[in-house]
Design a protein around this ligand. Structure first.
Ligand code: ATP
Ligand code: MG
Length: 424
Protein backbone atom coordinates (compact mmCIF):
# COMPACT_ATOMS: atom_id res chain seq x y z
CA UNK A 1 0.00 0.00 0.00
CA UNK A 2 1.29 3.46 -0.84
CA UNK A 3 2.34 5.43 2.21
CA UNK A 4 0.40 8.56 2.97
CA UNK A 5 2.28 11.83 2.80
CA UNK A 6 1.79 15.16 4.52
CA UNK A 7 -0.33 17.71 2.67
CA UNK A 8 1.70 19.86 0.29
CA UNK A 9 2.85 23.05 1.96
CA UNK A 10 2.31 21.66 5.46
CA UNK A 11 5.60 20.88 7.10
CA UNK A 12 6.69 18.38 9.66
CA UNK A 13 9.21 19.89 12.01
CA UNK A 14 11.64 17.20 13.10
CA UNK A 15 13.73 16.94 16.28
CA UNK A 16 16.84 18.29 14.52
CA UNK A 17 14.95 21.56 14.00
CA UNK A 18 12.69 21.77 17.02
CA UNK A 19 15.44 23.12 19.23
CA UNK A 20 15.72 26.13 16.91
CA UNK A 21 11.95 26.56 17.11
CA UNK A 22 12.00 26.32 20.87
CA UNK A 23 14.76 28.91 21.09
CA UNK A 24 12.75 31.23 18.85
CA UNK A 25 9.61 30.73 20.92
CA UNK A 26 11.52 31.25 24.16
CA UNK A 27 13.03 34.49 22.84
CA UNK A 28 9.60 35.75 21.78
CA UNK A 29 8.15 34.87 25.19
CA UNK A 30 10.97 36.69 26.98
CA UNK A 31 10.42 39.82 24.92
CA UNK A 32 6.62 40.00 25.21
CA UNK A 33 6.90 39.39 28.94
CA UNK A 34 9.47 42.13 29.22
CA UNK A 35 6.99 44.56 27.63
CA UNK A 36 4.05 43.41 29.77
CA UNK A 37 1.99 41.64 27.11
CA UNK A 38 -0.32 38.76 28.06
CA UNK A 39 -1.06 35.63 26.08
CA UNK A 40 -4.47 34.98 24.52
CA UNK A 41 -5.46 31.70 22.82
CA UNK A 42 -8.34 31.34 20.40
CA UNK A 43 -9.50 28.59 18.02
CA UNK A 44 -7.99 27.77 14.64
CA UNK A 45 -11.52 27.53 13.18
CA UNK A 46 -13.90 30.47 13.01
CA UNK A 47 -16.98 31.49 11.03
CA UNK A 48 -15.86 32.37 7.51
CA UNK A 49 -17.75 35.66 7.92
CA UNK A 50 -15.27 36.80 10.55
CA UNK A 51 -12.42 36.80 8.04
CA UNK A 52 -14.50 38.24 5.21
CA UNK A 53 -15.58 41.14 7.38
CA UNK A 54 -12.13 41.90 8.75
CA UNK A 55 -9.48 41.01 6.17
CA UNK A 56 -11.77 42.21 3.35
CA UNK A 57 -13.73 40.45 0.60
CA UNK A 58 -11.42 41.65 -2.16
CA UNK A 59 -8.08 40.53 -0.79
CA UNK A 60 -5.83 37.68 -1.88
CA UNK A 61 -6.43 35.92 1.40
CA UNK A 62 -10.23 35.87 1.25
CA UNK A 63 -10.55 35.47 -2.52
CA UNK A 64 -8.02 32.72 -3.06
CA UNK A 65 -6.27 31.48 0.02
CA UNK A 66 -8.72 30.39 2.71
CA UNK A 67 -9.45 26.81 3.66
CA UNK A 68 -13.24 27.08 3.94
CA UNK A 69 -15.84 24.34 4.22
CA UNK A 70 -19.34 23.61 5.44
CA UNK A 71 -19.27 21.56 8.61
CA UNK A 72 -21.83 18.90 9.48
CA UNK A 73 -24.29 21.53 10.68
CA UNK A 74 -23.99 23.43 7.43
CA UNK A 75 -22.06 26.32 9.02
CA UNK A 76 -19.43 27.80 6.77
CA UNK A 77 -16.15 27.75 8.65
CA UNK A 78 -12.57 28.64 7.77
CA UNK A 79 -9.19 27.71 9.15
CA UNK A 80 -7.74 30.98 10.36
CA UNK A 81 -5.45 32.60 7.76
CA UNK A 82 -4.13 35.10 10.34
CA UNK A 83 -4.59 35.91 14.00
CA UNK A 84 -5.88 39.46 14.36
CA UNK A 85 -9.51 38.71 13.43
CA UNK A 86 -9.79 35.85 15.91
CA UNK A 87 -7.98 37.82 18.59
CA UNK A 88 -10.41 40.74 18.22
CA UNK A 89 -13.39 38.38 18.14
CA UNK A 90 -12.28 36.61 21.31
CA UNK A 91 -11.24 39.73 23.22
CA UNK A 92 -14.49 41.51 22.37
CA UNK A 93 -16.69 38.50 23.07
CA UNK A 94 -15.25 38.27 26.58
CA UNK A 95 -15.45 41.98 27.31
CA UNK A 96 -11.72 42.71 27.30
CA UNK A 97 -11.90 45.69 24.98
CA UNK A 98 -14.48 48.29 25.89
CA UNK A 99 -12.98 51.20 27.81
CA UNK A 100 -9.85 49.24 28.56
CA UNK A 101 -6.29 48.94 27.49
CA UNK A 102 -5.00 45.52 26.58
CA UNK A 103 -1.61 44.31 25.50
CA UNK A 104 -1.98 40.80 24.09
CA UNK A 105 0.09 38.23 22.24
CA UNK A 106 -0.63 34.92 20.57
CA UNK A 107 1.16 32.25 18.60
CA UNK A 108 -0.03 29.37 16.52
CA UNK A 109 -0.63 27.88 13.10
CA UNK A 110 -2.27 29.82 10.28
CA UNK A 111 -3.55 28.36 7.02
CA UNK A 112 -3.45 29.81 3.52
CA UNK A 113 -3.80 27.96 0.25
CA UNK A 114 -0.84 29.59 -1.47
CA UNK A 115 1.71 28.15 -3.88
CA UNK A 116 4.23 26.48 -1.60
CA UNK A 117 7.83 27.66 -1.98
CA UNK A 118 10.71 28.61 0.27
CA UNK A 119 9.30 30.77 3.06
CA UNK A 120 5.70 30.32 1.86
CA UNK A 121 3.64 27.42 3.14
CA UNK A 122 0.02 26.39 3.52
CA UNK A 123 0.30 25.84 7.25
CA UNK A 124 2.69 28.24 8.89
CA UNK A 125 3.27 29.58 12.35
CA UNK A 126 2.79 33.18 13.39
CA UNK A 127 3.67 35.13 16.49
CA UNK A 128 1.42 38.12 16.91
CA UNK A 129 1.03 41.07 19.23
CA UNK A 130 -2.08 43.27 19.52
CA UNK A 131 -2.59 46.41 21.60
CA UNK A 132 -6.09 47.80 22.23
CA UNK A 133 -7.34 51.11 23.55
CA UNK A 134 -4.27 53.26 22.87
CA UNK A 135 -4.60 55.82 20.10
CA UNK A 136 -1.26 57.60 20.04
CA UNK A 137 1.89 56.89 18.09
CA UNK A 138 3.54 55.93 21.39
CA UNK A 139 1.99 52.46 21.24
CA UNK A 140 2.94 52.10 17.56
CA UNK A 141 6.52 52.93 18.50
CA UNK A 142 6.36 50.46 21.40
CA UNK A 143 5.24 47.66 19.09
CA UNK A 144 8.10 48.38 16.73
CA UNK A 145 10.58 48.56 19.60
CA UNK A 146 9.30 45.23 20.88
CA UNK A 147 9.96 43.62 17.50
CA UNK A 148 13.38 45.28 17.29
CA UNK A 149 14.16 43.86 20.73
CA UNK A 150 13.38 40.38 19.43
CA UNK A 151 15.79 40.80 16.51
CA UNK A 152 18.51 41.76 18.98
CA UNK A 153 17.63 38.79 21.16
CA UNK A 154 17.96 36.50 18.12
CA UNK A 155 21.10 38.29 16.91
CA UNK A 156 19.60 38.98 13.47
CA UNK A 157 19.06 42.75 13.83
CA UNK A 158 21.77 43.54 11.27
CA UNK A 159 19.92 41.64 8.56
CA UNK A 160 16.56 43.42 8.95
CA UNK A 161 15.33 46.77 7.71
CA UNK A 162 12.23 48.52 9.01
CA UNK A 163 9.92 50.05 6.42
CA UNK A 164 7.05 52.28 7.47
CA UNK A 165 4.30 54.14 5.68
CA UNK A 166 1.26 56.23 6.42
CA UNK A 167 -1.78 54.89 4.60
CA UNK A 168 -4.27 57.31 6.18
CA UNK A 169 -7.92 56.62 6.88
CA UNK A 170 -10.11 54.42 4.78
CA UNK A 171 -12.01 57.35 3.16
CA UNK A 172 -8.68 58.92 2.21
CA UNK A 173 -7.49 55.67 0.70
CA UNK A 174 -10.72 55.50 -1.26
CA UNK A 175 -10.15 58.95 -2.77
CA UNK A 176 -6.58 58.02 -3.59
CA UNK A 177 -7.75 54.68 -5.01
CA UNK A 178 -10.08 56.53 -7.41
CA UNK A 179 -7.21 58.75 -8.58
CA UNK A 180 -4.95 55.74 -8.98
CA UNK A 181 -7.61 53.89 -10.96
CA UNK A 182 -8.04 56.88 -13.26
CA UNK A 183 -4.29 57.06 -13.85
CA UNK A 184 -3.99 53.34 -14.54
CA UNK A 185 -7.06 53.36 -16.81
CA UNK A 186 -5.28 55.93 -18.92
CA UNK A 187 -2.43 53.42 -19.32
CA UNK A 188 -4.55 50.29 -19.50
CA UNK A 189 -2.48 48.80 -22.37
CA UNK A 190 0.51 48.55 -19.99
CA UNK A 191 -1.33 46.73 -17.17
CA UNK A 192 -0.60 43.09 -16.41
CA UNK A 193 -3.41 40.61 -15.69
CA UNK A 194 -3.17 41.02 -11.97
CA UNK A 195 -3.34 44.80 -12.16
CA UNK A 196 -6.27 44.61 -14.56
CA UNK A 197 -8.13 42.36 -12.12
CA UNK A 198 -7.48 44.71 -9.24
CA UNK A 199 -8.12 47.93 -11.11
CA UNK A 200 -11.66 48.45 -9.85
CA UNK A 201 -11.84 46.08 -6.88
CA UNK A 202 -8.68 46.92 -4.95
CA UNK A 203 -6.40 49.30 -6.86
CA UNK A 204 -4.08 49.93 -3.89
CA UNK A 205 -2.92 46.35 -4.02
CA UNK A 206 -1.41 47.11 -7.42
CA UNK A 207 1.16 49.23 -5.58
CA UNK A 208 2.39 46.00 -4.05
CA UNK A 209 3.06 44.42 -7.45
CA UNK A 210 6.39 42.63 -7.83
CA UNK A 211 6.27 43.10 -11.62
CA UNK A 212 9.02 45.59 -12.68
CA UNK A 213 6.83 46.87 -15.56
CA UNK A 214 4.08 47.74 -13.08
CA UNK A 215 6.58 49.37 -10.76
CA UNK A 216 7.84 51.49 -13.68
CA UNK A 217 4.28 52.52 -14.52
CA UNK A 218 3.62 53.36 -10.88
CA UNK A 219 6.63 55.65 -10.67
CA UNK A 220 4.52 58.40 -12.29
CA UNK A 221 1.26 57.53 -10.52
CA UNK A 222 -0.47 59.69 -7.89
CA UNK A 223 0.95 59.15 -4.40
CA UNK A 224 -1.03 58.24 -1.32
CA UNK A 225 0.85 60.78 0.80
CA UNK A 226 -0.96 63.58 -1.05
CA UNK A 227 -4.35 62.23 0.02
CA UNK A 228 -3.96 61.54 3.74
CA UNK A 229 -5.28 63.94 6.37
CA UNK A 230 -3.13 66.34 8.34
CA UNK A 231 -4.04 64.49 11.49
CA UNK A 232 -2.63 61.21 10.26
CA UNK A 233 0.42 62.99 8.86
CA UNK A 234 1.18 64.44 12.29
CA UNK A 235 0.60 61.03 13.92
CA UNK A 236 3.11 59.61 11.48
CA UNK A 237 5.61 62.42 12.11
CA UNK A 238 5.38 61.78 15.85
CA UNK A 239 5.95 58.09 15.28
CA UNK A 240 9.07 58.85 13.28
CA UNK A 241 10.34 61.12 16.05
CA UNK A 242 9.70 58.45 18.66
CA UNK A 243 11.53 55.84 16.60
CA UNK A 244 14.49 58.14 16.06
CA UNK A 245 14.56 58.90 19.75
CA UNK A 246 14.60 55.18 20.51
CA UNK A 247 17.44 54.62 18.06
CA UNK A 248 15.31 52.49 15.72
CA UNK A 249 16.34 53.11 12.10
CA UNK A 250 13.58 53.11 9.46
CA UNK A 251 12.88 53.78 5.81
CA UNK A 252 9.65 55.38 4.62
CA UNK A 253 8.31 53.23 1.78
CA UNK A 254 5.40 55.04 0.10
CA UNK A 255 4.45 51.83 -1.74
CA UNK A 256 3.87 49.86 1.44
CA UNK A 257 0.12 49.22 1.75
CA UNK A 258 -0.17 45.71 3.29
CA UNK A 259 -2.55 43.09 1.98
CA UNK A 260 -5.30 43.31 4.58
CA UNK A 261 -8.03 45.92 4.45
CA UNK A 262 -8.29 46.70 8.14
CA UNK A 263 -5.11 48.77 8.49
CA UNK A 264 -5.06 52.57 8.78
CA UNK A 265 -2.48 55.29 9.40
CA UNK A 266 0.93 53.82 10.09
CA UNK A 267 1.83 50.42 8.78
CA UNK A 268 5.21 48.73 8.90
CA UNK A 269 7.17 45.73 7.73
CA UNK A 270 10.52 44.29 8.68
CA UNK A 271 12.24 43.00 5.55
CA UNK A 272 15.43 41.10 4.87
CA UNK A 273 17.34 40.30 1.72
CA UNK A 274 18.73 37.11 3.24
CA UNK A 275 15.70 34.97 2.24
CA UNK A 276 15.24 35.70 -1.47
CA UNK A 277 11.71 36.52 -2.62
CA UNK A 278 9.95 35.94 0.72
CA UNK A 279 11.69 38.83 2.44
CA UNK A 280 8.99 40.09 4.80
CA UNK A 281 9.31 38.49 8.21
CA UNK A 282 7.00 40.77 10.17
CA UNK A 283 4.21 43.17 9.30
CA UNK A 284 1.67 45.24 11.14
CA UNK A 285 0.14 48.60 11.80
CA UNK A 286 -2.85 50.39 13.26
CA UNK A 287 -6.36 49.06 12.75
CA UNK A 288 -8.55 51.55 14.57
CA UNK A 289 -11.79 50.61 12.81
CA UNK A 290 -11.69 46.84 13.05
CA UNK A 291 -13.29 46.24 16.44
CA UNK A 292 -16.31 48.34 15.49
CA UNK A 293 -16.43 46.77 12.03
CA UNK A 294 -16.78 43.39 13.74
CA UNK A 295 -19.66 44.62 15.88
CA UNK A 296 -17.81 45.84 18.97
CA UNK A 297 -17.74 49.31 20.51
CA UNK A 298 -15.27 51.64 18.77
CA UNK A 299 -11.82 50.63 20.06
CA UNK A 300 -8.54 51.81 18.64
CA UNK A 301 -5.89 49.18 18.08
CA UNK A 302 -2.51 48.32 16.59
CA UNK A 303 -0.54 45.14 16.17
CA UNK A 304 1.75 43.01 14.09
CA UNK A 305 2.39 39.41 13.13
CA UNK A 306 5.53 37.61 12.15
CA UNK A 307 6.19 34.39 10.32
CA UNK A 308 8.10 31.87 12.38
CA UNK A 309 9.23 29.74 9.42
CA UNK A 310 10.88 32.77 7.83
CA UNK A 311 12.61 33.58 11.12
CA UNK A 312 13.84 30.00 11.43
CA UNK A 313 15.12 30.21 7.84
CA UNK A 314 16.89 33.44 8.73
CA UNK A 315 18.51 31.90 11.78
CA UNK A 316 19.72 29.01 9.62
CA UNK A 317 20.89 31.20 6.73
CA UNK A 318 22.75 33.58 9.01
CA UNK A 319 24.20 30.72 11.03
CA UNK A 320 22.51 31.86 14.23
CA UNK A 321 20.96 28.53 15.13
CA UNK A 322 21.32 28.04 18.88
CA UNK A 323 23.42 25.14 20.07
CA UNK A 324 21.50 21.99 20.95
CA UNK A 325 21.48 21.22 24.66
CA UNK A 326 23.66 18.10 24.93
CA UNK A 327 22.71 14.98 26.80
CA UNK A 328 24.48 15.20 30.14
CA UNK A 329 24.60 11.59 31.14
CA UNK A 330 23.88 8.21 29.59
CA UNK A 331 23.45 5.22 31.89
CA UNK A 332 24.69 2.00 30.34
CA UNK A 333 22.55 -0.85 31.65
CA UNK A 334 23.65 -4.48 31.32
CA UNK A 335 20.84 -7.04 31.07
CA UNK A 336 19.10 -7.68 34.37
CA UNK A 337 19.93 -4.33 36.00
CA UNK A 338 16.90 -2.31 34.81
CA UNK A 339 15.57 -1.87 38.35
CA UNK A 340 18.87 -0.54 39.70
CA UNK A 341 19.41 1.67 36.67
CA UNK A 342 15.99 3.25 36.91
CA UNK A 343 16.26 4.00 40.61
CA UNK A 344 19.72 5.51 40.12
CA UNK A 345 18.38 7.61 37.22
CA UNK A 346 15.46 8.76 39.37
CA UNK A 347 17.83 9.83 42.17
CA UNK A 348 20.09 11.69 39.74
CA UNK A 349 17.19 13.45 38.01
CA UNK A 350 15.83 14.46 41.41
CA UNK A 351 19.22 15.88 42.32
CA UNK A 352 19.80 17.77 39.04
CA UNK A 353 16.42 18.26 37.36
CA UNK A 354 17.81 20.59 34.69
CA UNK A 355 20.20 17.99 33.28
CA UNK A 356 19.32 15.63 30.46
CA UNK A 357 19.79 12.07 31.75
CA UNK A 358 19.05 9.04 29.59
CA UNK A 359 18.89 5.57 31.11
CA UNK A 360 19.35 2.95 28.42
CA UNK A 361 16.32 0.84 27.55
CA UNK A 362 16.01 -2.13 25.28
CA UNK A 363 19.01 -4.20 26.36
CA UNK A 364 21.99 -5.01 24.17
CA UNK A 365 25.74 -5.14 24.74
CA UNK A 366 27.28 -2.40 26.88
CA UNK A 367 29.64 -1.55 24.00
CA UNK A 368 26.79 -0.79 21.61
CA UNK A 369 24.99 1.15 24.34
CA UNK A 370 28.12 3.27 24.73
CA UNK A 371 28.15 3.88 20.99
CA UNK A 372 24.66 5.23 21.30
CA UNK A 373 25.78 7.50 24.15
CA UNK A 374 28.54 8.86 21.90
CA UNK A 375 26.21 9.38 18.98
CA UNK A 376 23.89 11.42 21.20
CA UNK A 377 26.83 13.58 22.19
CA UNK A 378 26.49 12.64 25.86
CA UNK A 379 29.10 14.19 28.12
CA UNK A 380 29.30 11.34 30.63
CA UNK A 381 28.28 7.72 30.85
CA UNK A 382 27.65 5.65 33.93
CA UNK A 383 28.70 2.06 33.41
CA UNK A 384 26.64 -0.15 35.66
CA UNK A 385 27.73 -3.67 36.58
CA UNK A 386 26.41 -5.99 39.24
CA UNK A 387 29.78 -6.46 40.87
CA UNK A 388 30.17 -2.72 41.41
CA UNK A 389 26.61 -2.37 42.62
CA UNK A 390 27.23 -5.11 45.18
CA UNK A 391 30.08 -2.98 46.53
CA UNK A 392 27.98 0.18 46.35
CA UNK A 393 29.96 1.85 43.52
CA UNK A 394 29.45 2.88 39.88
CA UNK A 395 31.93 3.83 37.18
CA UNK A 396 31.60 7.28 35.61
CA UNK A 397 33.29 7.76 32.23
CA UNK A 398 33.91 11.06 30.56
CA UNK A 399 32.92 10.75 26.90
CA UNK A 400 34.51 13.96 25.72
CA UNK A 401 38.14 15.01 26.02
CA UNK A 402 40.31 12.54 27.90
CA UNK A 403 37.77 9.80 28.48
CA UNK A 404 38.79 9.55 32.12
CA UNK A 405 37.03 7.10 34.36
CA UNK A 406 36.24 7.53 38.04
CA UNK A 407 34.72 5.14 40.55
CA UNK A 408 32.07 6.79 42.68
CA UNK A 409 30.13 5.45 45.61
CA UNK A 410 26.37 5.45 45.07
CA UNK A 411 26.01 7.96 47.89
CA UNK A 412 28.43 10.51 46.52
CA UNK A 413 27.59 9.96 42.83
CA UNK A 414 24.83 12.63 42.54
CA UNK A 415 26.94 15.38 44.07
CA UNK A 416 30.10 14.37 42.20
CA UNK A 417 28.33 14.20 38.86
CA UNK A 418 26.48 17.46 39.40
CA UNK A 419 29.78 19.18 40.21
CA UNK A 420 31.46 17.82 37.10
CA UNK A 421 28.56 18.88 34.87
CA UNK A 422 28.57 22.38 36.29
CA UNK A 423 32.32 22.72 35.91
CA UNK A 424 32.38 22.25 32.14
P1 ATP B 1 3.58 38.12 1.91
O1 ATP B 1 3.63 39.49 1.30
O2 ATP B 1 4.92 37.49 2.07
O3 ATP B 1 2.56 37.24 1.26
P2 ATP B 1 1.60 38.86 3.83
O4 ATP B 1 1.51 40.31 3.67
O5 ATP B 1 0.60 37.99 3.20
O6 ATP B 1 3.07 38.35 3.42
P3 ATP B 1 0.81 38.91 6.60
O7 ATP B 1 -0.55 38.49 6.33
O8 ATP B 1 1.08 40.29 6.98
O9 ATP B 1 1.74 38.51 5.36
O10 ATP B 1 1.46 37.93 7.68
C1 ATP B 1 2.54 38.34 8.52
C2 ATP B 1 3.76 37.47 8.32
O11 ATP B 1 3.41 36.09 8.27
C3 ATP B 1 4.49 37.69 7.00
O12 ATP B 1 5.32 38.79 7.08
C4 ATP B 1 5.25 36.41 6.86
O13 ATP B 1 6.43 36.43 7.64
C5 ATP B 1 4.31 35.39 7.42
N1 ATP B 1 3.58 34.70 6.35
C6 ATP B 1 2.51 35.14 5.65
N2 ATP B 1 2.10 34.22 4.78
C7 ATP B 1 2.93 33.14 4.93
C8 ATP B 1 3.01 31.85 4.33
N3 ATP B 1 2.16 31.45 3.40
N4 ATP B 1 4.00 31.01 4.73
C9 ATP B 1 4.88 31.40 5.68
N5 ATP B 1 4.85 32.59 6.30
C10 ATP B 1 3.89 33.46 5.92
MG1 MG C 1 0.50 36.95 1.38
Amino acid sequence: MAKLQAIRGMNDILPAQTSTWQALEAAFHRVVNRFGYQEIRFPVLEQTQLFKRSIGEVTDIVEKEMYSFDDRNGDNLSLRPEGTAGCVRAADQHGLLYNQQQRLWYQGPMFRHERPQKGRYRQFQQFGVEAFGMSGPDIDAELIQLSADLWRELDIAEALVLQINNIGASAERKAFGAALTAYLEAHSERLDDDARNRLYSNPLRILDSKNPDMQALLAEAPVLADYVSEESVSHFEELKALLSNAGVAFEVNPRLVRGLDYYNNCVFEWVTDSLGAQGTVCGGGRYDGLVEQLGGKPTVAAGFAMGAERLVLMLETLDKVPQQVPTSLYIVVPNGLAKEAQSLAATLRGEMPEQRIISHCGGGKPASQLKRAFSLGARYAILLDSEGLDQGVVRLRELKDGGEEATLTLDEAPVQIAQRLLRA
